[in-house]
Design a protein around this ligand. Sequence first.
Ligand code: APR
Length: 306
Amino acid sequence: MKVSIIGAGNVGSMLAARILEKDLADVILVDIIGNLARAKALDLKHSASILGFQSTCAGTDDYNLIDDSNVVVITAGLARKPGMSREDLFQKNLSIVKEVSLKVKKIAPETIVVVVTNPLDAMTYAVLKTTGFKREKVIGMAGVLDCSRFSANIAEKFNLPVRSIECLIIGMHSDAMIPILSHTRASQTNIKQIASPEQLKEVIDKTKGAGKEIVSLLGSGSAYFAPSAGAFFIVKSILKNSKRTLVASVYLEGEYDINDVCLGVPVKIGAEGISQIIEIRLSREEKKALKESASSLKQKFSKFSF
Ligand code: APR
């Protein structure tokens, strides 16, 4: 198996380490700064005998090395700085992601693409439109991250094991994300029976602000341990054909009565990419919030052509 990661920064290199350490696939790290990718690949390779993996890793600025990749993960782009929203990255990262997508289309036309660059739902749409790949083959990683952050915050607030939490967050990877409380349980008890409305608001706000909190604490750069874990989970689901249900940003064609945008919804992911888009029952408010996110994304792209 072969996974190419475009962008050898914090998320890309941490994802490479996770894939290698589990011996999931050989890894090609590509960065516009070729020596950065080469240095990180060398450093990663030097951990093989300690950690006991056989998979190989190469770093490069030559896109020809991504040919025949089973999966290409796009992390190339700018990360947030304190005071910036994910949306502030839009213009700059759009041109980077379009440039990368054209190379992926040419050199690895059969691959499945996992998008991590922010703003996530917009970048996933840009990759889909620029590559012209089938929608099953373009997957945006954010929902698993938002759900994981929500689980961590619930576990901490109520002093519960994180493994006992099941939750669901759909919609945009932004403040407009939509926690689905009817699907949020701790030790099989619905969260509304455990948390007061004030406590719920607190954990939801903390989850929405998680990325921003990390950006402001770091001072430079943005989160990468949990984002790379989220990307790893999706790559693993593809390579192991797991078909587990998870939340990812995918192109909607009528599901949830929404068309022509990418948004986070529950899906099953396997060897062919997205094998199923799951339509869950939403409350009237949840439906309204999802439609509003779709409209705001459509408006954003109305002045661009692909
Ligand atoms: N081709 C290849 N690599 C590129 C290109 C390009 N055209 N443009 C930028 N890069 C590389 C940079 O050189 C840098 O090494 O992308 C890398 C990004 O790494 P970081 O700045 O460390 O950012 P990171 O924390 O990894 O986040 C990357 O993922 O979670 C999102 O919001 C985050 O959009 C950001 C992305």
